[in-house]
Ligand binder design. Structure first.
Ligand code: ZN
Length: 321
């Protein structure tokens, strides 16, 4: 790594692992490594795991590169203003923990913190598929649906940092109960597990579905990826599930268009690969479903960053112009 590079360290802290990377001023991840995270125990053990991951990355990167800042993305809720981790259900080791201050003290650089979807949204807006657009709406679709809103190059945080939870917008007041406790959130209707659940429910209607073979007769083993595969084989059950999923996502994103009228909408996350071939179909459903007079002027694009969205996102939080 040359001396002209301005490197930022981005660390993506999850419930079981830490992914850390050195990211340059163009958003290119130059070097990365993974380490286990400690989910429960003393808060200091969690800090030690993060510091260890950062140290390992730095000492394995030639003659220890100088870093300008550290960006962190972590499970919420957290306060991006103060760098406090509040009470994350996926990371119970930290309760009201001043992670930002601790890391600042340890590494003597500026530290920025945000939740994973906000951070990934910012990386897309700055360096990825949203580059050049003023206002960006980003959704990561995987086991859940996380979203981030970037307005005029700034993540929109709301009053306390809790804004931008578009995955928990209700689209069906009679729908199933979501992990968050609310009913009928888009997450509980269109994320990976919901796609698998709806496929499971189709098996009695379509006893000849290829999905039955794919899960070896065990419906509990059905995954959204099997639905995508079965769809490619023109399986009727999979076709129905996909059409329902596209209807739901289009309805939800149509609401987003009417609320925000973003310049671009970007879809990332683990389930996005199966959705990418259908992005134009989702957009086509906006016609007549949005109050907005020109919803089809808003591009719906696949994310630039894949599995590394967390590292890029964390780094983007503190990347200088
Ligand atoms: Zn919810």
């Amino acid at each position: 790594m040359g001396h002209q590079d301005k490197l930022v360290l981005g660390a993506d802290i999850g419930g079981t692992k830490i992914a850390a990377g050195l990211v340059d001023q163009h958003g290119v991840i130059r070097k990365q490594s993974r380490a286990p995270m400690v989910a429960a125990g003393e808060p200091q053990e969690g800090l030690a795991a993060v510091c260890g991951a950062i140290e390992t990355l730095l000492s394995n990167s030639g003659d220890r590169p100088k870093i300008e800042a550290i960006g962190i993305c972590a499970p919420g809720p957290l306060n991006p203003e103060t760098g406090m981790i509040l009470n994350p259900p996926n990371l119970p080791i930290w309760q009201n923990y001043p992670l930002g201050d601790e890391l600042r003290r340890r590494f003597a650089v500026d530290v920025k913190i945000d939740n994973d979807a906000n951070a990934a949204a910012f990386a897309e807006a700055k360096w990825g598929a949203g580059r050049g657009y003023r206002n960006v709406f980003y959704a990561t679709i995987g086991t859940g649906i996380g979203t981030g809103i970037v307005l005029d190059q700034k993540v929109f945080h709301g009053k306390t940092g809790a804004a931008g939870e578009g995955g928990h917008m209700g689209v069906d007041i009679h729908g199933p109960i979501c992990n968050c406790g609310k009913r009928g959130c888009i997450e509980t209707l269109a994320a990976g597990p919901a796609i698998a659940r709806r496929a499971r429910q189709k098996l009695s209607k379509y006893p000849d579905s290829v999905l039955r073979e794919m899960c070896a007769g065990n419906p509990q083993a059905l995954t959204s990826h099997m639905v995508a595969k079965a769809y490619a084989l023109a399986d009727r059950a999979a076709q129905e599930v996909m059409q329902e999923t596209l209807d739901l996502l289009a309805y939800w994103l149509g609401n987003i268009v009417d609320l925000l009228e973003p310049d671009v909408i970007i879809i990332g996350g683990g389930a996005s690969l199966m959705l990418v071939p259908f992005l134009e179909e989702i957009r086509a459903r906006w016609k007549g479903a949005c109050l907005n007079p020109a919803p089809l002027d808003i591009p719906l694009l696949p994310a630039h960053y894949g599995e590394d969205a967390g590292i890029a996102g964390a780094a983007a939080l503190c990347a200088m112009e």
